[in-house]
Design a protein around this ligand. Sequence first.
Ligand code: NAP
Length: 242
Amino acid sequence: MKTVLITGAARGIGKGCAIAFARKGYNVAINYNNSQKEAEILKSDILSNGLSAEIFKADVSREEEAKRLTYDVVSRFGKIDVLINNAGKALYKPFDEVTDLQWQNLCACDLSSVIYCTKYAVKDMLPHRFGRIINISSMWGERGASCEAHYSAVKAGVIGFTKALSKEYAPCGITVNCITPGVIDTDMLNIFSAQEKAELISRTPCARLGTPYDVAAAALFFADAGSDFITGQVLGVDGGFI
Ligand code: NAP
């Protein structure tokens, strides 16, 4: 039985991935930081369907916690086959109003977390000569968004990291790919008014908001054993926005 570790899995896109991977028969390691109650409910929902899950608290923006997280998951499930680096936060603010502390926090949460979790998960993947690392970036990491320059910068960093690391680990049976979601209906959109959301939908050719399951479908594709010749790729799940 394969194991997937999903960071920030109690809510939003991470939760959608947790449910989708559980349904495919994975042991699902649900990482959370603040949303303990949501994580517990998700775990019990998965278990009540006869599927496998466990919850793990860690602030993945801190290296020691990311290290402990991967250790705890391997202790519980024996190995990590798939890592989905999903945890992240948004920062929607005019460029010159962003403080250095906000920038440092964003960078730690959305980029350093990806590097830390990958660093310790690959230690477990290398001896097995199998691994799937799937990074959740954003379409803004490719295109850039007004009032999201810092967010766009860290998400572009995730794409660069994906491409570089894919070359390094391809000979070891570990693929590294990236998903760039468009506008997905999660709590992250709470910063937008109803009118702004309608505007975003009108700019999306598929004429709707994406769902966490739309993103999960792409993650399942990259995780599949049959995808082992696909690495260093950036797959947009944006309803045609870009
Ligand atoms: P969300 O509903 O706000 O969920 C964010 C998740 O990240 C939560 O589960 C949260 O966990 C977790 N998280 C944040 N900081 C963390 C930390 N330091 N340690 C551990 N977990 C942490 O957002 P979402 O829309 O699902 O976003 C998921 C990913 O997709 C993010 O990387 C985001 O940038 C990306 N994305 C989203 C959209 C969109 O339109 N929604 C578009 C493009 C990209 P806790 O609640 O437990 O703290």
